[in-house]
Each structure stands twice: as C-alpha cells, then as structure tokens.
Design a protein around this ligand. Sequence first.
Ligand code: C2E
Ligand code: MG
Ligand code: MG
Length: 703
Amino acid sequence: MTAPALPPKILLIENDPTTAETIRAALATSTAGTFELEWVHQLSEGLARLNDKGISAILLDLKLRDSDGMDTFDNVFKVAQDIPILVLGCVEDEELGRQAVTRGAQDYLPPAHWDNFSLPRALRNAIERKAVDDALFAERERAIVTLNSIGDAVLCTDTSGHITYLNLVAESMTGWGREEATGKLLAEVFRIIDGPSHKPARDPLEMAVEQNKTVGLTVNCVLIRRDGFESAIEDSAAPIHDRAGRIVGAVIVFHDVSAARAMSQRMTHAAQHDLVTDLPNRLLLNDRISQSIFLARRQRRSVAVIFLDLDHFKYVNDSLGHAAGDRLLQSVSGRLVSSLRSSDTVSRLGGDEFIVLLSEISHPADAAKSAVKILQALSAPHFIKNQDLHINASIGISIFPDDGADADTLIQNADMAMYCAKESGRNNYQFFKSEMNQRSVKRQSLEGSLRGALEREEFVLHYQPKVNLETGEITGVEALIRWARPGEEIMFPGQFVPIAEDRGLIVEIGRWVLGEACRQARAWQDLGLPPLPVSVNVSALEFRHKDFVEGVRTVLAETHLAARYLELELTEGVLMEDAQSTVATLQELKTMGVHLAVDDFGTGYSSLSYLRQFPIDVLKIDQSFVQELSSDPDGSAIVTAIIDMGRSLRHMVIAEGIETVEQKANLQARRCAEGQGYLFSRPVAATQFAQLLRTGITEPLLN
Ligand code: C2E
Ligand code: MG
Ligand code: MG
C-alpha cells in the first residue's frame, strides 16, 4: 500500500485579509480535492518561505505592502522558477496579469475565479501542467544532449523538405549553423553527389517519404560542405510520423567515411599492385589479360604477352644489397612504362620478372618491335648508389590466339619462351613455339634434381691437360665439372650450368669445384707428381659474389695449395660487365698470387683499352677459331691477331679445342705457346689424369 498523497501546499502571498479569507474559504470547500494553505502578508515573508521546499503552487497578489506591480512577480519568479505562480488581481489589473503570464506566470485569476470550483481547478491544472512541462523539458534536454554528443550528424526536415533541425556534427559537416539552416530547403544545406560520376545523388528525403521506411543512401555518396570541401559520407533517412501515422518530416543521419573509404581504396590498390614498383601485380594483370582477350575476340585482333626476366639480377641483390636491388627494379619499371604505350600494361610478378601486356596488336611483328624497344630502353646504364649498373633482359613472347586462350596459358608460354631466350645467350627475345613445351618439362625436372645434387655428391671433376705445343710437356690442367646421376648418363656443364646460374645455385657449386680442384691439385703433389697449376672456371655470379675473394683465400689455406698453382678462368663477358670493380677484384686475386685467364677469348667484345688494365696472365683462344683454322682464312687472321696481341701485352696465349695435327701445326707456326684439346687428351677422371702425368702425352703429339 502506498501512503495517501499529501494535499498540495499552496502559498498565498496576499496583503488584503478579505481576499485572503475568500481564498481560504474557496479552498476549504473545494470541489476538486483538498489543499493546504499557507498565507503570508508580504513579499519578504513569501520569499523567506520559498527558501524552504514543499510549496506546490503560489497565489500571488502583485500589490503588497512591501512591493508593487511587476517587480513583485519578478522577485518571486526569480526564487521559484520551478513552482507554478498564479497571479491574483482585480479587474483593473488585468493588463498587468497578462504581462506576468508572458514572463512566466502560469495563469492570471481575476476575482470572478476565486470560488470553490474555479480556483481549485486552476490550481490543479497549473500544478499538473508544470509537472508535464518539467518532464517534457527533461526529455527534450536528454534528446538534445544525445544528438549533440553522438558522432553522427542528424538533420531533420518537414514534409516539404525544409530544415527543422541540425545537430552539432551536422552543422560542422554541412558548414551551416542551425539558425541559418532552419527553414532552408534540404538540397541547399545538404548537397550530396555521387562520388565517381559527380552527378547529384538522389534526394534522401524523397526516398524515405516515398518508401515510408528507413532507407540507406547511395553508396559512394559525397557531401559538399558550404565552402566546397568534399567528404565521403554514409547515410540513412527515415520518415517521422505524427500520432495519426502521417508523415510530418524526415530525419537524415550521416557520418564521415572519408578515412574508411580512403583506407579501403588503399587496401584495394595494395592488393592489386606490387609494393616495390607500384606496378599492377599478377592479380590485376590476369584481369587485364582476360579483358583484352575478350575484346580481341570480338575485334578479331591479337594480344601479346611479353615475359621479361632480368639477366643476372641476383648479382645486384647479393652484392649491393636489397635496397639497391629495389632501386634497380624501380628504374627498370620506369623504363618499361615509358617505352610502351599507355594502353599497354606493365606488371611485376615478383623477383626480377616483369610482364608486359600489349592489348592491341595487329601482327606478332608489333610485339617484336616492342621487345626490341624494351631491350634498348633497359640497356642504358641505371645510375644507382652512385654507380652505373648495366642490366639486360631476356624476353619471351606469346600471342593470343595462337599460343593460348587464357591468361595463365599465355603467361606460362611466354615464360617458356623467355627461358629459351636465356639459353640462347640472354639479352634477346624469343617467340613461343610449341616444341618449347617439352624442353621446359625437361628443364623443370632438371632444376629440381639440381638442387640436391651437391648434397648427394653427384658432381665430379674431370681434368684436361694443357700442353706445351713445342715440347709436348703438360704445363697445366683445367678442371671441368660433370654431373653424374646414378642410372643416368653423365651430363656436361652446357646442359646444367646455365640453369644453376639462373637459379643462383652456381655460387655454391662453384665453391665446391674450387675446393675440390685445389684439393686434387695438392693431392697429386703429395703423390710426388710434378706440381701443376689447376684452372677453375668461374661464372659471373660467383665472381661478383661479395665473398668470392675471401672464399678463394680460405680454400687455398684449407687445402694447403700455394696460390701460384691456382688459375681462374673468366670469360670476357664477366670481365666487361662492370670493368671498374672487376679491376679491383682481379687485383686482389693477383696480389694473393692466383693466376688469371681470359676464357673463350675472341667471342666477346673486349675493349682493348680495358683489357690492358686487367692484370691478366693468360688468353685462351676460343675453340671456334681453332676449328676454323684450316678452312677459314678469317679464322686464322683472328688467331694471328690474338697471338700477337698476347705477345704485346705479355700474356701467355693458349689455344683451346685442338683436335687435329694440322690445327696443332698451324698454331705452332703462328708461335702459339700452348694448347688444349682432344688431340692431346679428353677431360678425364682424376686417377686417369695422374696416370697421364706419370706417362706423359706420347703419340700423336710429337709428329
Ligand atoms: P671452357 O672453359 O671453354 O672449357 C672447354 C670446353 O671445351 C670443355 O667442355 C671441354 O671438354 C671442351 N673441349 C676440350 N677440348 C676440346 C676439343 O678438342 N674439341 C671440342 N669440341 N671440345 C673440347 P665442357 O667440359 O663441356 O665445358 C663447357 C663449358 O662449361 C666450359 O667451357 C666452361 O665455360 C663451363 N664449365 C665447365 N666446368 C665448369 C665449372 O666448374 N664451373 C663453371 N662455372 N663453368 C664450368
Ligand atoms: Mg675454361
Ligand atoms: Mg673455353
């Protein structure tokens, strides 16, 4: 049971006892509930009483002994703003009473209303209305505080689209203050467009009203602030109903999604582009190829896929570090982009592999032209880390519809053609041919087994003597690698060294060769055989490796071989690739006491001026010239030139690939000092070579 409500306490501030009595009597005989009346005579007493709580309503005469007129009301109102005040007055005071009402009084009661019916009702109404007002005010306050503290912008309109309300966020996002915006048409304050097309977006209010439900607005919506600033927004609109369910307006809620949208754009970009070069990646490329194929089919045109792999890129990465490698890739990417049309797509697959898509070609020859352009564009030096880097590329080309009908096949076939370009000497391009498939399968399986070959100890060295052409004496020996897999035929370096170079495996293999050759040379010496220098072939990647010189030093120390018994054979290409640093490396080796030879001399394009700088001991005339000696007069001219050059530079000259007695005689006549070739001995196993050393080379040498 709840306690019965106490009767409301009414404070009567009244000077005149007669009026006070009338009031008292009216309340005592009230027909609308009971009241408790407190009567004070003047303003000061009233104000004092109001300091204490508990008053539900005030009946106030404005004419008091200590106060008169509107002052009376103002003073009471000041201390009793939350208590309803009813002003009592005589008929003449009606104007004053009305004024009091405009300043906050609840009611004005002329004497005619001082009866036991009207007065209690007026008091009850005033008290109840006050309670309702208080509740409404609190609710409104709560709503406003809420609307201003949420992160979303809120904007309300009436049915005709005129703004009726904006919260603080809406003010700052639209650039319109509430006062100014109120009454304006929505479209003027809330200017939205479709981001991509820049066309006006659909009126959210219209949609909400039309569908009579909450609607999400167009995606990619952009709000234009009053000063023109654009922000991406996401928003929704909902109709507002009155009690009868009629739409009386709408509320639009929106928030800034610029950051989120920018982030999602960044993420989409990142997912489709390569981090280092910012070129499209495989994902986007596949898309573009598919799209080009689709169009080419319709227009009966061709599409070319150009697969490009940088030659010896690994060397840059290993010797100069990843940062320089990345810079080189960026430089390459720049050259590719600028040497092609904007309708072509240049993309990076990762590593040193790029793919160019020529989306509209009329003939395969167009692709060849682009390939030549690319090779030319790349060949100029790339200035990186304060030095000029030279890099070439091998290119494979596949054509839609001839070489494949989808992106994967075209890429795969272009890749295969690229391998053939590498095998045929790098820095060139090849079109895909169907025979390449078989070779590629073989190559892949080779690549796989090559990886474990060192651990499985499948490599062996064979040794071929170098011979003094005059005396037939063995003056040196060249170590040549062979790959002997159980159950398979012996494989020669031409078949696997390029693959090992390409996959970077050559560095490790080379280290093994060097160790094994030195160990063997020392072992022969330990057997009491005449000490001989052993030659080891070094490929570019090994020579450029930052640890190469140290590796040589270590091997010599570990195998106890004197440096003068080691000769390194380098091809012209290796020497010329980066002449400056080559000189430095050669110098270090030379200081160590190691001998240096230029292998396959004459096939490259050595510049004589460079050759002069290199601390070289030996020139090895390439076997192709030796073989042409008998038939081709030009061949003999070159051989003569090389021999003369060697003499003038004080280099030893040795001829490779001597197979016949005539060749030998021919060389001898040209005063070539040494030779190497099947005529004297094929490359043989170490034990056989030891035998050869013991017996010496006999016939048919000395004829
Ligand atoms: P290269 O250094 O010019 O070696 C000479 C090649 O000619 C050897 O082939 C040898 O067997 C062959 N040859 C020798 N005399 C004659 C002859 O009278 N007639 C003919 N037709 N050929 C003769 P091989 O062993 O197949 O080696 C081929 C190339 O592979 C070498 O050319 C060398 O560049 C490379 N190579 C060999 N061993 C290694 C190695 O351990 N490391 C590296 N990086 N490359 C190697
Ligand atoms: Mg050699
Ligand atoms: Mg050679």
